[in-house]
Design a protein around this ligand. Structure first.
Ligand SMILES: [Zn+2]
Ligand SMILES: [Zn+2]
Length: 97
């Protein structure tokens, strides 16, 4: 399990994650919620048991990759910033970012 925040966010723009990067051509990655979730999952940064205990206020399939309803989806599709804010608020991350 990854305990090193630098590894979990390798190559990702931190300012973007916190909604502060205004650059149009940033040298760091600006991931979608789906890409970020995948990254966290592969690094063990997501505490899945905790995540499953909380009722998700958004479309889980949009971040796990199975929702193809797009704007017709009745659940909210979050961006990377909203995803991280939620994960942090509900203590679903095993890393401190
Ligand atoms: Zn950026
Ligand atoms: Zn959806």
């Amino acid at each position: 399990m990854c305990q090193i925040k630098d590894k979990c966010l390798d190559g990702v723009c931190r300012n973007f994650i916190f909604g502060k990067c205004k650059k149009t051509s940033c040298k760091w990655q600006h991931p979608t919620a789906k890409e970020l979730f995948k990254k966290f999952k592969s690094n063990g940064a997501i505490n899945e048991p905790v995540m499953k205990c909380n009722k998700l206020p958004f479309c889980i399939w949009s971040i796990t990759g199975k929702c193809n309803k797009g704007t017709n989806c009745i659940f909210k599709h979050v961006n990377a910033t909203e995803l991280v804010a939620w994960l942090k608020a509900y203590k679903c991350l095993t890393i401190d970012i």
